[in-house]
Ligand binder design. Structure first.
Ligand code: ADP
Length: 493
C-alpha cells in the first residue's frame, strides 16, 4: 500500500514540470540552511549557557570548600556561618549541596534527607582522589558537580611523612544545580525562532513561486510562438534569445521550419509540373477528337490518321505516368532496395540488346567496353533503370551516324559506368538543372523524341540510393559523358 502511494506520487505528471522542480529547489535551498542555522544557534546557546552556569557554581563551591577547611567544618559540621553559606548557594541555584567527609559519609545535605548515609558513587570516589567532575543531564535538567575539599598542610601540621605544602583531600562537595532557567530561555527562544521560521517559509513560498514563474517564462514564449506557426498565423522565424538553451531550441525549430518550407515549395512545384505534363497529351487528344466530331462526313483515312495520333498521345500519357510511378517508388527510401550480387557486364549487355533496335532506327552505333568482370551488390531493377535511362538519352540526343560508348570498370572499392556519346551536348547553363524533375533543355525537341524530363531525376535517385555519385561532362555540338560511380559492396546506414 505504501509502495503504491509512493509510486503514485513519483508517477505524478506534476514532477515532470520544470516549473515545479524549480519551485521545490528554490524553496529547499532557502529552507534547509535556515533550519540548520536555527538548530546550530539553539545548540550553541545551550552549550554556552550550561558552561557559564557550571563555572559560576564551581567558583562558588571552591570558595565554600576553603571555608569548610578554615572553619574546621568536617569534624564538626555545626558552624552556623558555613551552614548559612551552603543553604544560600543551594537556594541561589535551586539546587542541592551535600558535604561528604573522608569516610564517604554525608555530614550535610541541604535537602536534609541523606545526612548520616554513606555514598559510594564513582564520581565521589574519583573526586576523593583529586579529580573533580561536572556532568550535565539535559533530560532531567540539572548539572552535577563534585568538588574536592582540599587542605594544604601548614608548617605546624607538617610531619616527616607529610611535608608542608602537600594537599590533602578531606572530603567532597556533591552539588546538583537546576538548569530550568536555561530550558525556559531556550523555550522562549524556540518560540520566537518558530515565528521567524514561519515568516521565512511564507516569504520563501512566495519567492519560489515568483522565481519559478519568471525563469520558466521564456519556455512559455517558445510554446506560444510555435503555436502561432502551427496555427498558420505566421511563417516568420521565431526568436526567444533569453537563454542560450532557448536560443538553441528556437534555432533548431527555425531550421526545421525552413526545411519544411523548401519541401513544401518543391512539392507544390512538382504537383504543378505533373498537372501540366499530364494535361498536354489530354489537350491534344481533345483537339483531335473535337476536329473529327466537327467534320460531318470525314473520310475513313482521316479517322484512321487521327486515331493513330490519339493513340500516340495516350502512349505518351502512359509513359509519363510510368516514369512518375518509378520516381515515387524511388523516393520511398532505401528500405525497399533488393540487394543481390549482380554481374554488371551481363546486365549491361542485356540492356544494350534491348536498346539496339532504337539505336538502329536513329542510326547510332552502340559499343561496350569492359575490361574485367564486375560483380556488385546492387538492386538489379534500379541498376537497369540507371543504365537504360543513360544509354537511351545518349541515343536520343545523338546525331546521324553517331556513336555511344558504354565503358565498365572497377577498382577494389567502386565500379564505374561511363556512358559517352557524340551527340548534341548540353548547354553550360543547363548542366546543373538536368536532374530536376520535368527539366528539358529543348522542350519541343524532347517531346518529339518522347522524353518526359523525368529520366535523369530517376537515375540520380537510384544512384544515391546505392550511395554512389553521378557526374556529367558535355560540350555543345560535340557530345556528353555521364560517369556513375557506385560502391561494390552495399553500405547500409
Ligand atoms: P528526357 O525524358 O527529356 O530525356 P531526362 O531527365 O532524361 O529527360 O533529361 C533531361 C534533359 O537533359 C533532356 O531533356 C535533355 O535536354 C538533356 N539530356 C539528357 N541526356 C543528354 C545527352 N546524353 N545529351 C544531350 N542532352 C541530354
Amino acid at each position: 500500500m505504501v509502495d503504491k502511494i509512493k509510486n503514485f506520487l513519483f508517477d505524478l505528471k506534476i514532477w515532470r514540470s520544470l516549473k515545479v522542480r524549480l519551485f521545490v529547489i528554490i524553496f529547499l535551498i532557502g529552507l534547509i540552511p535556515g533550519i540548520v542555522v536555527r538548530a546550530g544557534i539553539m545548540q550553541s546557546y545551550e552549550d554556552r549557557a550550561v558552561a557559564v552556569r557550571q563555572s559560576d557554581v564551581q567558583n562558588q563551591l571552591k570558595i565554600i570548600a576553603n571555608h569548610l577547611i578554615t572553619y574546621n567544618y568536617l569534624p564538626n559540621p555545626s558552624s552556623e556561618v558555613i551552614n548559612a553559606e551552603i543553604e544560600q548557594l543551594a537556594n541561589l541555584y535551586s539546587g542541592r549541596v551535600m558535604i561528604i567527609n573522608g569516610n564517604l559519609k554525608v555530614i550535610k545535605d541541604t535537602y536534609g534527607i541523606s545526612e548520616g548515609k554513606t555514598i559510594i558513587s564513582s564520581e565521589v570516589i574519583k573526586c576523593m582522589k583529586g579529580t573533580g567532575s561536572a556532568r550535565y543531564d539535559d533530560n532531567n535538567g540539572y548539572i552535577e558537580i563534585t568538588t574536592p575539599i582540599v587542605e594544604t598542610v601548614s608548617e605546624q601540621m607538617a610531619t616527616e611523612t607529610i611535608p608542608a605544602g602537600k594537599e590533602l583531600i578531606r572530603g567532597v562537595m556533591l552539588t546538583s544545580v537546576s538548569t530550568d532557567i536555561i530550558t525556559a530561555t531556550m523555550d522562549a527562544l524556540n518560540r520566537k525562532a518558530l515565528i521567524i521560521t514561519i515568516i521565512i517559509i511564507i516569504s520563501l513560498l512566495a519567492l519560489a513561486i515568483l522565481l519559478a514563474n519568471v525563469l520558466i517564462r521564456p519556455f512559455d514564449r517558445i510554446t506560444n510562438a510555435i503555436g502561432e506557426v502551427k496555427e498558420g498565423y505566421t511563417t516568420d522565424p521565431i526568436s526567444v534569445p533569453d537563454y542560450l538553451e532557448t536560443e538553441h531550441i528556437v534555432d533548431a525549430f527555425n531550421s526545421l521550419q525552413s526545411r519544411m518550407k523548401i519541401l513544401d515549395d518543391s512539392r507544390q512545384e512538382f504537383v504543378a509540373n505533373v498537372s501540366h505534363e499530364l494535361k498536354t497529351p489530354m489537350t491534344s487528344v481533345k483537339v483531335l477528337a473535337d476536329s473529327l466530331i466537327a467534320q460531318q462526313d470525314a473520310p475513313a483515312e482521316l479517322y484512321r490518321e487521327f486515331m493513330v495520333d490519339i493513340a500516340d498521345e495516350i502512349e505518351r500519357e502512359n509513359k509519363i505516368i510510368n516514369d512518375l510511378l518509378a520516381l515515387v517508388k524511388l523516393d520511398k527510401a532505401a528500405a525497399e532496395l533488393n540487394i543481390t550480387g549482380v554481374n554488371m557486364n551481363e546486365l549491361t549487355e542485356i540492356i544494350l540488346k534491348r536498346l539496339r533496335p532504337i539505336a538502329r532506327k536513329n542510326d547510332v552505333e552502340l559499343l561496350l567496353v569492359s575490361t574485367r568482370e564486375i560483380i556488385a551488390e546492387v538492386d538489379e531493377v534500379k541498376m537497369s533503370l540507371i543504365l537504360t535511362n543513360l544509354i537511351e538519352n545518349a541515343i536520343k540526343y545523338n546525331k546521324k551516324h553517331g556513336k555511344v560508348t558504354v565503358t565498365l570498370d572497377a577498382d577494389h572499392q567502386y565500379f564505374t559506368i561511363e556512358v559517352s556519346d557524340t551527340g548534341i551536348g548540353i548547354p553550360e547553363d543547363s548542366m546543373t538543372r538536368i536532374y530536376e524533375r520535368f527539366y528539358r533543355v529543348d522542350k519541343s525537341h524532347s517531346r518529339e523524341i518522347g522524353g518526359t524530363g523525368l529520366g535523369l531525376a530517376i537515375t540520380r535517385n537510384a544512384v544515391l540510393l546505392h550511395r554512389g555519385t553521378i557526374k556529367v561532362e558535355s560540350k555543345e555540338g560535340e557530345g556528353t559523358t555521364f560517369l556513375v560511380k557506385i560502391p561494390l559492396t552495399y553500405l547500409a546506414v
